[in-house]
Structure formats: structure tokens, C-alpha cells
Write a protein that binds this ligand. Structure first.
Ligand SMILES: Cc1cc2nc3c(=O)[nH]c(=O)nc-3n(C[C@H](O)[C@H](O)[C@H](O)COP(=O)(O)OP(=O)(O)OC[C@H]3O[C@@H](n4cnc5c(N)ncnc54)[C@H](O)[C@@H]3O)c2cc1C
Length: 185
């Protein structure tokens, strides 16, 4: 190493949710990395990022030995505490999905010299992002359409109400809806 130069296996740009998560996952698995952040540490530590996590996020932190993170984040509750809309927590969900996918790929590359997960990284993440984008757009439009008929008319309002009812009355529809809400689809 030459003076002033730092060598790391992985360089992560951005100490946001994804960057900090992937950095922690890699370091706990013995892969050295450095995180470059353009904002000051005090700013990053003080700004708000997540109020809620979906079930997949909770599982992820537990599986990677990071359960202490959960002490700072309220888990979604249906009864009692607060109601979490079905399209909520998907920002963190997507950031953590990408972080975990990349960490697993990097571990396979470094430990087993296996590049297959890294090669598939973009396709894997984009497929997931569009799947959740489609769900978020669908449920947001649906909920708007069930309300004020001046929005998209009485005909669409009644259709939307039927569609929303089906999410709770049909076991098959409810299962898909619940999987997206929990983030395990
Ligand atoms: C107020 C607020 C509340 C939220 N609440 C929730 C919630 O309850 N649940 C939920 O799921 N989502 C929530 N979100 C959304 C969630 O925070 C984002 O989806 C998530 O932070 C995205 O993670 P990220 O790592 O991709 O990006 P970020 O967290 O934005 O991190 C990106 C980082 O990269 C840095 N950076 C950018 N460019 C460079 C560069 N060129 N060089 C160096 N560093 C760079 C930035 O400064 C930043 O620190 C909330 C967002 C906000 C703003």
C-alpha cells in the first residue's frame, strides 16, 4: 500500500439505508469495505429515514444478526398500536432487498470465487422493484378510486369497492395482498 491510498474489496457510495446495511452485512462476514458519504456524520445520524419496517425487513435484521436495529423501529401492528397502509415501508424494503442481494452475491464471489449472483444482481433487483412498484401503484389507485366519485366516476368507484372487498373475502386474493403488505411476495 502506498501512503495516502486505501485498498478495500468493496467501496460503497452513500451511507443511507442500503449502504449502511450492505456495509454491516459484509463486515460481519469478514469482507472489508469502506463507505463514502458526501454528508457529514452528524447529518446522517440525525435525519429521519424509517418509521416502519415490513415483515421481510424484520426477518432480514434477525437473520443477519442485527436484531438490535429493531429496538429503534416500531414493528407494524394491525390491532392496537397503529395502522400501517399496505403500500408503506416499501422504500426501506427495496433498499434492504438490494443490500441483501448484493451482500449474498459479494460473499459468494469472495469466498467461493462464484460470480453468478453478482452477474444476476441487476436483473434480480429490477424484477423485484417493478413487482413492488406495480403493487404500490395498484393499491394506491384502488384506494383513491373507492372514495370520491368525482375522481374517476361512480362506475369506477363501485368496481374499485368490489375489488377491495375481494382482497378480504377471497382467500386467494387475500394471500397475494398479504404477501405484498408483509414484503414477502
Ligand atoms: C422522512 C422520511 C421518512 C421515511 N419513512 C420511511 C418508512 O417509515 N418506511 C420506509 O420503508 N421508508 C421510509 N422512507 C424512505 C426510505 O428512507 C428510503 O426509501 C431509503 O432511505 C432509501 O435508502 P437508500 O440507501 O437507497 O437511499 P438513502 O437513504 O437516501 O441514502 C443515500 C445516501 O447516499 C448519499 N449520497 C448520494 N450521492 C452521493 C455521492 N455522490 N457520494 C457520496 N454519497 C452520496 C446521500 O447523502 C445518502 O446518505 C422515509 C424517507 C424519509 C425522507
Amino acid at each position: 500500500m502506498v501512503d495516502g491510498e486505501v485498498h478495500r474489496t468493496v467501496v460503497i457510495v452513500g451511507a443511507g439505508v442500503a449502504g449502511l446495511a450492505v456495509g454491516t452485512m459484509l463486515r460481519r462476514n469478514g469482507i472489508d469495505c469502506i463507505i463514502l458519504e458526501r454528508r457529514r456524520r452528524e447529518h446522517v445520524e440525525a435525519r429521519q429515514r424509517a418509521g416502519t419496517l415490513d415483515a421481510r425487513g424484520v426477518r432480514l435484521f434477525r437473520e443477519w444478526g442485527l436484531a438490535e436495529v429493531l429496538d429503534a423501529v416500531p414493528a407494524p401492528e394491525i390491532r392496537g398500536g397503529f395502522y400501517m397502509p399496505p403500500m408503506s415501508a416499501k422504500g426501506i424494503h427495496l433498499a434492504l432487498f438490494a443490500a441483501e442481494t448484493f451482500a449474498r452475491a459479494m460473499i459468494a464471489q469472495v469466498r467461493d470465487d462464484d460470480p453468478r449472483l453478482l452477474d444476476a444482481y441487476s436483473d434480480t433487483c429490477l424484477r423485484h422493484v417493478w413487482n413492488y412498484q406495480a403493487f404500490a401503484t395498484w393499491i394506491t389507485d384502488l384506494m383513491h378510486d373507492t372514495g370520491d366519485p368525482s375522481y374517476r366516476g361512480e362506475f369506477r368507484k363501485q368496481q374499485a369497492r368490489a375489488e377491495l372487498r375481494r382482497q378480504f373475502e377471497s382467500e386467494a386474493s387475500n394471500r397475494v395482498f398479504s404477501e405484498f403488505t408483509a414484503g414477502i411476495a
